[in-house]
Design a protein around this ligand. Sequence first.
Ligand SMILES: O=C(O)C(=O)C[C@]1(C(=O)O)C=C[C@@H](O)C=C1
Length: 274
Amino acid sequence: MSSSSSSSSQPKTLRIGIIGFGPFAQFLAKTMMKQGHFIRVTSRSDYSELCTNLGILFFRDMGAFLESDNEVIMISTSILSLSRVVESIPFNCLKRPTLFVDVLSVKEHPKDVLLRIMPEECDLLCTHPMFGPESGKDGWTDLTFMYDMVRIRDQPLCSSFLHIFSSEGCKMLEMTCEEHDRLAAQSQFLTHTIGRILSEMEVEPTPIDTKGFQKLVQVKESAVKDSFDLFSGLFIHNRFARQQMKNLEVALEKTKEKLQERSKELQDPIISKF
Ligand SMILES: O=C(O)C(=O)C[C@]1(C(=O)O)C=C[C@@H](O)C=C1
């Protein structure tokens, strides 16, 4: 079972089970399969046809999925449905102590849920690939992969999983789930919020777009390509997101005040001469 001494540099082929098979999991699974790993899937929606086309086993029944003896189980549900799904896992069907890996876009929430519900003998790796089907469509080189080894006893197995991303050229960044959420609120959540605001404003390309405006339109377009459930999850389950929303409101008010002050100054007959 374990890698032999003569092949320690040889990447290990993993049996990876995936819970939740939306576009993000499908995107990750394609590269895993390209690397030769064996994938099994279970999901609330019926992906049996898609899985047949991809040559992947699809299990409608979570118990049968667990009995299919995966070394790693990757959780890729929506943020909002995580607790419900994890609470419904019949852990007694597991054949072995398994490495559970989550790939959700918030990190403290899955860490808390999984530590609370998962059996003690299972290891837990919390991760966030900071890219997806859009940003990673031309390969993963130089894209960031964040991870927190929350409870790891089988180090070789964990390294084999991380190797999937490092071998594609990802920038591997180890940090705590808390630090991730603090930074992601300032970056990913803010980007999605600005994109959603631009969408509410019905911002569209014009014949005289500047480069800066073209980038804004891109921010809007990529935000609305992701589901509103993802956006809601980034807000509801990242405790730092609320403060970012307040910062945005305060910054808008301050910017308006600065413009009003400037307009007042310019109405002064002496200043307006220049
Ligand atoms: O590239 C994409 O398709 C994405 O939307 C990726 C994106 C994002 O940019 O917000 C969305 C979800 C993942 O958590 C990581 C990144």
